[in-house]
Ligand binder design. Structure first.
Ligand code: P1T
Length: 394
């Protein structure tokens, strides 16, 4: 397969975000006029003579038209050169590491990251020969100090982080990474491309768990990588095919279908999160509300500069310690007790025992009185009443 033939449709840079979310990456099918990309449930493609590929399609691990459409839309929304879809966020992360690092290299990772990301670096990439050092993404000097000159290949950040919603200054971190000859990778899962476009701020690679806001309906697991230059794109193209952690056509379809409504969903997630933050900030059982939209949040100024709004994720610490945090999670009803985030429905969870159980006992351990909310797009009053009931013990 010629890699050039699978360049995603040119990003429609001149058009607005919502227009690109709906149209970029796909032209109505020339034979049928299908307005929405069909689910190409095929593993292989007829060749017109050996090597005579139609549209460059050869085998669906290398490329599939349903996936190509999703990848084109993602490249456009992140303002990248190319995007690549994967079977999960972690598959996307692993592919970045294998494509851009070699055994003996080193990566700086967040000291507050999704537990599964830490586990990937600590238990999988390390045994392959990639060393890592955790550093606070909100502290540019700490990140600079964690760099090993000549060996650090990746500076990897989440912003906002999961679950403590710390903010990294993408422009400053890109400068630090580039000074050291490293690449800046930004996990943009919590913000989504609607709220923040790291490549426009100097990052080299964006990674997503598209399971979250991009897909947006908690009905599909997926990941994505978006890059700003062709050299990195070639390395990811090769590894996407060689490692093979690709999504099937139905998963690609679902993710793409979700992506089209990202802007309207994100605005409602943000509206509801702001109301939840206001409510929790006044509640006597709440010790601290963590949300980058709060002026007292240490990352507020940076978040205001680099994000359009502050997102739908809210974390809070309760006054009654772990027992109360667990009880609140269990009493909530409209907020469903479950891992994951970014879907239309509100979710509540206890990071210490659930999403971040894999960092227990490490430097990345999270406070045991912490509760994480993924604020959905239900009626706001129902969300506030549910939290009131859960916090008041009723
Ligand atoms: O679950 P998966 O699609 O493989 O994505 C992993 C991942 C990567 N990056 C961030 C910031 C994430 O939050 C995740 C997955 N997180 C959860 C499942 C969670 O509940 O936090």
């Amino acid at each position: 397969m010629s890699e050039q033939q699978h360049r995603s449709t040119e990003p429609f840079k001149a058009q607005g975000f919502e227009t690109r979310a709906i149209h970029a990456g796909y032209e109505p099918d020339p034979t049928t006029g299908a307005v929405i990309p069909p689910i190409y449930a095929t593993s292989t493609y007829k060749q017109d003579g050996v090597g005579g590929l139609r549209g460059g399609y050869e085998y669906s691990r290398s490329a599939n038209p349903t996936r190509t459409a999703l990848e084109g839309a993602l490249a456009s929304l992140e303002e990248g050169e190319r995007a690549f879809a994967f079977a999960s966020g972690l598959a996307a992360e692993d592919t970045i590491v294998r494509a851009l690092c070699r055994p003996g290299d080193h990566a700086v990772i967040p000291d507050d990251a999704y537990g599964g990301t830490f586990r990937l670096f600590d238990k999988v990439e390390q045994s392959w020969g990639l060393e890592h050092s955790p550093a606070a993404v909100s502290d540019v000097d700490a990140v600079r100090a964690a760099i090993r000159p000549g060996r650090t290949r990746l500076v990897w950040v989440e912003t906002p982080t999961n679950p403590l919603l710390n903010i990294g200054d993408i422009e400053a971190l890109a400068a630090v990474a580039h000074e050291a000859g490293a690449l800046l990778v930004v996990d943009n899962t919590f913000a989504s491309p609607y709220l923040q476009q790291p490549l426009t701020l100097g990052a080299d690679v964006v990674v997503h768990s598209t399971t979250k806001y991009v897909g947006g309906h908690s009905d599909v697991v997926g990941g994505a990588v978006v890059v700003r230059d062709l050299e990195t794109a070639d390395a990811i193209t090769f590894h996407q095919n060689a490692m093979g952690a690709v999504p099937g056509p139905f998963d690609s379809f679902l993710t793409h279908r979700g992506l089209k409504t990202l802007a309207v969903r994100m605005d409602r997630h943000c509206d509801n999160a702001e109301l939840v933050v206001d409510f929790l900030s006044r509640h006597p059982s709440v010790e601290q509300v963590i949300y980058p939209g709060l002026e007292e949040h240490p990352g507020h100024a940076v978040a205001s500069r680099q994000m359009k709004r502050f997102g739908g994720m809210v974390s809070f610490r309760v006054t009654g310690g772990e027992a109360q945090a667990l009880a609140v999670c269990e009493r909530a009803e409209v907020f469903t007790l479950a891992e994951s985030l970014g879907g239309i429905e509100s979710l509540i969870e206890h990071p210490g025992r659930m999403t971040h159980a894999s960092v227990a006992g490490t430097d990345l351990e999270v406070p045991s009185d912490l509760v994480r909310l993924s604020v959905g797009i239900e009626t706001a009053d129902d969300l506030l009443a549910d939290l009131d009931r859960a916090l008041s013990g009723g």
